[in-house]
Design a protein around this ligand. Structure first.
Ligand SMILES: [Zn+2]
Length: 290
């Protein structure tokens, strides 16, 4: 998207005589980027890691694109559910301006370390997503290769703190506010949020304020989560917070549009500029997604 200055420059350069006052006063459309969606073609993509598919039917590229168009979502970070990245990379190949991938890596395979220096040579690949811990070599290699890592932190905050401290050039992104279904079930939500907030002291840690509707015990606008989202936003600031849906988990809890307006209309502590960052600019910058 062009800034006003770029717009003026390019317009003038193109030889257009004048831009009317009215036209330049139009605010730029906010870029909306969903920091996490799973796509899959077959159940096997889930079962390979011993998980049940999050929806009865596959959630495909063909299903997601019209949903994005309808809701006004510009881009999506695709996270493969299982151990394969091919379908996610196919999405990025077909729609390079709309999809990019935080891929899975086979940590148990000793060859995996050799994949990291060339990881981003895969078109559309931006980094790695982990759902379990990782051995030390992984963190060092990811740091060396400049790969951001999304990390399902729930219950692993101590590991995350240690990694953030030992690898100051590594960008680690805590998933879903550090919350999981188990944490909710066990009544440890407030404690989990506190722990995630405490990690904000590491400048290389940032957080996905994602999946709130999926974990909320209320209907839209999920007010039980407002203080938790605010707490993390206050700790991390707009440039280290990312909106996201993980929409296939708790799909029926909210429409795609509601998941957006939850942030853009219902969180009064966010300024319009904050929303520009949280809804898209921050994650694009963090993942260096041009
Ligand atoms: Zn998920």
């Amino acid at each position: 998207m062009l800034s006003r200055r770029q717009f003026l420059t390019s317009t003038l350069a193109a030889g257009v005589a004048l831009v009317s006052q009215k036209a330049t006063a139009q605010p730029a459309k906010r870029t909306i980027v969903d920091a996490q969606v799973h796509l899959w073609k077959t159940e096997e993509d889930w079962r390979v890691l011993g998980m049940k598919p999050q929806m009865p039917e596959p959630f495909t590229i063909e299903k997601l694109v019209p949903l994005m168009d309808q809701a006004g979502v510009d881009r999506v970070v695709v996270v493969p559910p299982g151990d394969r990245n091919d379908y996610a990379l196919e999405a990025a190949k077909r729609y390079p301006n709309r999809f990019a991938v935080m891929g899975r890596i086979p940590l148990k395979n000793p060859q995996a370390a050799a994949l990291l220096p060339k990881w981003k040579e895969q078109p559309g690949m931006l980094g790695v997503r982990l759902t379990d811990g990782a051995p030390d070599w992984f963190w060092s290699e990811a740091e060396k290769a400049g790969l951001p890592v999304m990390f399902l932190t729930a219950g692993r905050n101590a590991q995350l703190a240690r990694v953030a401290e030992r690898h100051p050039r590594l960008q680690v992104i805590a998933d879903h506010m550090g919350v999981s279904a188990d944490i909710i079930k066990e009544g440890r939500l407030a404690d989990a949020i506190s722990q995630t907030a405490s990690l904000a002291k590491y400048s290389n840690v940032s957080v996905k304020l994602s999946a709130a509707p999926n974990y909320s015990s209320e209907a839209y606008p999920f007010r039980d989560f407002t203080p938790h989202i605010k707490r993390l936003f206050d700790a991390y600031g707009p440039k280290r917070c990312y909106w996201g849906t993980d929409i296939t988990y708790g799909y029926e809890k909210a429409t795609y549009k509601q998941r957006i307006t939850h942030f853009t209309e219902e969180l009064s502590f966010l300024s319009e500029e904050d929303k520009d960052w949280v809804m898209g600019k921050s994650i694009l910058e963090r993942l260096r997604w041009a």
